[in-house]
Write a protein that binds this ligand. Structure first.
Ligand code: AMP
Ligand code: MG
Length: 415
């Protein structure tokens, strides 16, 4: 069991390293193409056949022998007899002799005997005979077998991110299923005896559970297969039973609430006793109390503080990078930008502060950021107005208006 030193605050970076070091990988799975969108390929792929798989026309035009067009000019056009049509989808290869031409459509197989295509617009479009005013060179407007993808050559490597372009290629080479790193199954539950489900007006003392929606949405945005399983009251046995019942279905468990010092902070009390989940204090604001460890067969569990702003900031700091590691992504942290602070702020020494902000592009091209909401981590109204977190590093105690600050835009990520 890990024992946290109660007095010393752990830095965000230290805690994140502990979290990431303990995150393993999930078994790969085979998925159909559209289910694999946004995931990373876990196999090396080559095509069994070349692309294009037969020589075909790049244009609508006439298939000819280049040598027959050699003497064509405006002054002395060449005429060729048109002996037939080749349409895209033609099942057998047609053939043509010297001095002849065939009308051909884009994608149609080049007839045996032809070695060039002359586009329709460079001819008189004749049906029985076609008139050409200039020569074409061998191979003109022909898409050659294997010029795009060679049979047996690597087409996509393990680790490739599967976006529209990659899925298109996989379909083109005949793959309808691929082995990928799966979306981690993330189970989210909220703890608190004051919590009720959304849909009912709260009575005195009741609070609607918003965290499980917010965190489930954030987990989904990070690429997880996120499922909220609702509310658990502040009750040891119910919490442990609920977590136990989810172990087989989860790659990651997330709880919110119950991790502070209060007498009813059941998550901390109940899970500390198991000895596999550690509760500690992090030098960050908000999000100081955090729980992290493992349950069952090494399923990572994050116990986030209950205040909505703390919960989301904690998710961003620790859970999102963990989900991305499970997905196999190389870039675990969100990208940050530098923005001009439109107002000043203070931050306690030794603490990394995450302030909610509104980031916008200035007319000059750079970014500007203003703060929204105060320090209170219950302020979900202003949280909803924000589109970024302003990160004030441990060593800085003041943000000076007009100077640059580090900003983490909370844009919807590529899935
Ligand atoms: P806790 O971390 O359990 O001490 O909760 C801190 C504050 O966050 C309390 O005011 C709770 O009512 C509130 N809170 C806890 N969980 C949630 C939740 N799931 N949705 C909304 N507010 C919550
Ligand atoms: Mg609570």
């Amino acid at each position: 069991m890990l024992v946290a030193d109660d007095d010393r605050l752990r830095t965000v970076d230290e805690h994140l390293s502990i979290v990431l070091d303990s995150i393993g990988s999930i078994d790969t799975i085979e998925l159909t193409l559209l289910d694999a969108q946004g995931l990373l390929l876990a196999e090396n792929i080559s095509s069994d056949f070349p692309l294009p798989s037969f020589d075909n026309s790049a244009m609508d035009g006439y298939a000819v022998r280049a040598i027959d067009t050699r003497d064509a000019s405006s002054a002395e056009p060449v005429q060729l007899q048109v002996v037939g049509d080749v349409a895209a989808g033609a099942k057998s290869r047609s053939g043509m002799g010297p001095g002849l031409a065939m009308r051909i459509m884009t994608g149609a197989p080049i007839p045996a005997g032809a070695d060039a295509v002359i586009p329709l617009e460079e001819t008189d479009r004749g049906l029985a005979r076609v008139t050409l005013h200039r020569p074409v060179h061998t191979g003109n407007c022909i898409r050659h077998t294997g010029e795009d993808v060679e049979a047996g050559a690597p087409a996509l490597g393990a680790g490739a991110a599967l976006g529209p372009q990659q899925l298109g290629l996989l379909a083109a080479i005949g793959r309808d299923r691929v082995v990928v790193r799966p979306r981690p199954r993330v189970i989210i539950l909220s703890t608190g005896s004051e919590l009720i489900e959304v849909g009912r007006r709260p009575s005195f003392g009741e609070v609607i559970d918003s965290n499980s929606y917010m965190i489930a949405a954030a987990a989904k945005d990070a690429g997880a297969d996120a499922r909220r399983i609702g509310i658990v009251p502040d009750d040891h046995a119910k919490l442990l039973d609920t977590l136990e019942s989810q172990l087989l279905r989860a790659d990651v468990l997330i709880t919110s609430g119950g991790v502070s010092m209060g007498a009813f902070d059941v998550v901390k009390e109940a899970l500390s006793e198991l000895g596999t989940v550690e509760f500690c204090k992090i030098a960050m604001q908000p999000g100081k109390p955090q729980g992290f460890g493992h349950l069952g067969d090494k399923i990572p569990i994050f116990c986030l503080p209950g205040n909505p702003v703390s919960s989301l900031v904690s998710f961003e700091a620790f859970v999102r990078p963990a989900i991305r590691k499970l997905l196999g992504k190389r870039q675990l942290q969100r990208a940050t930008v530098q923005a001009v602070a439109l107002e000043g702020a203070t931050s306690p020494p030794g603490i990394r502060q995450y302030r909610r902000g509104v980031l916008h592009r200035e007319a000059t091209g750079g970014y500007g950021v203003s703060f929204v909401g105060g320090a209170g981590s219950h302020l979900i109204g202003s949280l909803a107005l924000s589109n970024c977190l302003v990160v004030i590093p441990e060593e800085e105690t003041e943000v000076v208006a007009g100077r640059l600050v580090t900003v983490m835009p909370l844009l919807l990520a590529n899935r």
